[in-house]
Design a protein around this ligand. Sequence first.
Ligand code: 5CU
Length: 380
Amino acid sequence: MHQLRNFAMSKVTIVDVHTHVYPPRYVSILKSRTTVPYVRDTTPGQPSRLIILPGEDSPSSHSTAAGRPIGPEYYDINAKIAFMDTHGIDVSVISLANPWLDFLDPREAAAVAREINYDLDSMCKTYPGRLFAFGALPLSGTTDVIVNEIERLPGYNYMRGVIMGTGGLGNGLDDLSLDPVYRALEANNMTIFLHPHYGLPKEVFGPRAAEYGHVLPLALGFPLETTVAVSRMILSGVFDRFPKLQVLLAHSGGTLPFLAGRLESCIAHDAHYRPEGRRSIWDVLKVNIMLDAVVYSELGVRAAAAASGGDRVLFGTDHPFFPPLEAEEDAKGESADGKQSEKWLSVTTNYKAIRDAFSDNNGQEESVLGGNAIRLLRLA
Ligand code: 5CU
């Protein structure tokens, strides 16, 4: 059994780039809704449940497939800091969790994005130096509205990019209508944190899928969704048109590190797809892509480092998702203080994967734990 090194005691600065929050204002929006996404207040004494994924809105089931209990770790920034302290994390780059602002009426998207970004920046201000943020975009609005919000972000102190799902304006991330958005992000030095939400069509998982809770959509649907989305960006030439655009891929890029060679080969053998001057996927991986290390295995971290370079892999936790099961059961929507000091298996597994992946490579582990994020996201 490995002993986890106490990173908090060492000089290594640990940065978590994949850590979410639902600001209270956003929780209020979810509470006002009755269709996915929404927060369902159940019977008194029971925790409210966060229903965000397609198909999890079945009140009869108490399994994980019927949403998750929502406690302060989802919306209270003090709970985030307590979690960071428990796990030796010095700095977190917080982001709104899925499904972000995708579902908003286009008429309200601009105002809500402004408010949520203000809330995120204000949370960062409460703990100067410990928190930075990826903002949210009003993607249901017009491109003018979206670009306008991007141009506001550098005016905040703590914004380092934006979190985006795979839907774009409704037609995915290879949609040419997104070019003004990519142009504005590149010009304003704002990294895209590309994160899944919609998964794969449920038919893919077969008629018994519900018996397996969230396992198939989260373990396979999420990473494959990201893989398809970023592959479409590459194929449509987004990185040829915007060669400085930076994209951080959730969950170590899904299966992109493993399948990049196959993608390259299929391109080389496709008579119908012959774009002029196309950059290779390997080049894009090393120049435009960063991969988080939220993959829970040494093998996965090694693949990420082999694909993008150990200088472009960044530690993350996915907090507040994947809590210990007992903490979920205890979440009563009140203070979760009693559970703040417990280490989360999801986090210790990722620490161990990073340590094991770089056991023979001095310095790389520290870079992945924090140095890369500090350099690439300008957190110094
Ligand atoms: O457990 C989940 O549903 C999730 C989710 O929705 N989003 C995320 O980032 N991680 C886990």
